[in-house]
Write a protein that binds this ligand. Structure first.
Ligand SMILES: Cc1cc2nc3c(=O)[nH]c(=O)nc-3n(C[C@H](O)[C@H](O)[C@H](O)COP(=O)(O)OP(=O)(O)OC[C@H]3O[C@@H](n4cnc5c(N)ncnc54)[C@H](O)[C@@H]3O)c2cc1C
Ligand code: FES
Length: 363
């Protein structure tokens, strides 16, 4: 029997069991047996892939037992290894939360391929059944209010429909009978997502109206005419997710309309900064010993990239904190919170910050 009475014996025992406490080693071992097994990481296997349009596809995932469950409307971080480099991107979950233990880990992500050489393009070309990805825990507060309002308006542009699909499925499963007006914005009929699924949802949800707006044929949705389209607009709780321009216009519109009901938004990208007045501001990236200019109308991340620097990023929307950077001097403003950071030695998110003075960054 191993005795652990004295400090020496305790140290010896500690050394003996040390390898068993090494989570990384355990993970590597477990991965060899089954790529979804892990001591604590959420991993998920692709069990189905479906093409939703010419540039959008869905991945159906089965997550391991570490998936804690999500609320309809939330997003997650997906990690991929591309040419030996780990990259993370954020995606909304387009399926309803599973109700049973068996269905809890079943998730669907619906991903629009962005032109370029980013993660979505890689996934479009490479994601296939059997692959295993590491996921982050679900997050975000773009979820239905606890007491679901009797009248909802959902405005979804392009892939901005994904969190709403999760909500609609969730409401359908709960037998929701309230009034839901969904305005689905897409360029052309060929780019419309989930047409068949929405028809099926309309049969399950007696109060659901699916109102499709094709901008190619009808121009951009005019928010000023929302009351023509949805006469009881002011009585509705609105959920909105779409391109940045639509989000900015909607926020201005809601601010100017005092009778409007609550507006809840989800951003897939950082708000666009206003072009700054005054002289150009310079940023010193002290680690790389480079200087760059804060380009008016761009975030610090974009300005750094334009100068040839490649800071790490994940969501480009102020969510994942991958772009956190220590500011050692100067003032920046956070585009989401509107707050200024003027103290030295503060951490800032490059993807949602703009310089308001010359800066020094630990970059
Ligand atoms: C909360 C949230 C939920 C989301 N849900 C979904 C979803 O359900 N489905 C979906 O399809 N997408 C979703 N997105 C968006 C998705 O995360 C992005 O489409 C994805 O990050 C794009 O990644 P990418 O690597 O393909 O493109 P990236 O290479 O990261 O490019 C993204 C954009 O950043 C710009 N960019 C990239 N590099 C540079 C550079 N060097 N200089 C200047 N600009 C640059 C480009 O304009 C490009 O359009 C969501 C985003 C958020 C924040
Ligand atoms: S890249 Fe995600 S917070 Fe900046």
């Amino acid at each position: 029997m191993l005795r652990t009475d004295t400090p020496t014996q305790k140290r010896r025992l500690g050394r003996l069991i040390e390898p068993f406490n090494d989570r990384v080693a355990w993970d590597l071992l477990l991965q060899r047996l089954n790529p979804t097994w892990s001591v604590g990481e959420i991993r998920a296997r692709v069990i189905r892939r479906a093409e939703e349009s010419d540039d959008t596809f869905s991945l159906y995932l089965q997550a391991n037992r570490h998936w804690p469950g999500h609320q309809a409307g939330q997003h997650l971080r997906l990690q991929v290894e591309i040419n030996g480099v780990l990259r993370q991107r954020v995606f909304s979950i387009s399926s309803a939360p599973g109700k049973t233990r068996a269905t809890r880990g079943q998730l669907r992500l619906t991903i629009q391929r962005q032109p370029g050489q980013g993660v979505t393009d890689w996934l479009y070309q490479n994601a296939r059944v059997g692959q295993v990805f590491t996921l982050g825990a679900p997050g975000g507060d773009f979820t239905l209010p606890a007491a679901v309002p009797t009248k909802l308006l959902m405005i979804a542009g392009g892939s901005g429909l994904t969190p709403m699909m999760a909500m609609l499925h969730h409401l359908a499963e709960r037998g929701h009978v309230g009034d839901i007006h969904l305005i689905q914005l897409c360029r052309k009929p060929a780019q419309r997502l989930f047409a068949v699924e929405l028809d099926a949802l309309a049969r399950q949800l007696p109060g659901l109206t699916v109102d499709v707006h094709f901008s190619h044929a009808n121009g951009r949705l005019k928010l000023e005419s929302l009351t023509d389209r949805v006469p009881d607009f002011d009585e509705r709780h609105t959920l909105l997710c779409g391109p940045n321009t639509l989000m900015e216009q909607a926020m201005t519109f809601w601010q100017g309309r005092t009778t409007a009901g609550p507006l809840q938004i989800e951003r897939f990208a950082a708000p666009r900064p206003a072009g700054q007045s005054g002289g150009l501001l310079s940023v010193t990236a002290s680690q790389s010993e480079q200087m760059f200019t804060q380009i008016p109308g761009q975030t610090l991340l974009e300005s750094a990239e334009a100068s040839g620097l490649s800071p790490d990023y994940g969501c480009r929307a102020g969510i994942c904190r991958t772009c956190l950077c220590r500011k050692t001097q100067g003032q920046v403003r956070n585009l989401i919170t509107g707050l200024a950071s003027s103290q030295a030695d503060e951490w800032i998110q490059l993807c949602v910050s703009v310089a308001e003075s010359d800066l020094q960054l630990d970059l």
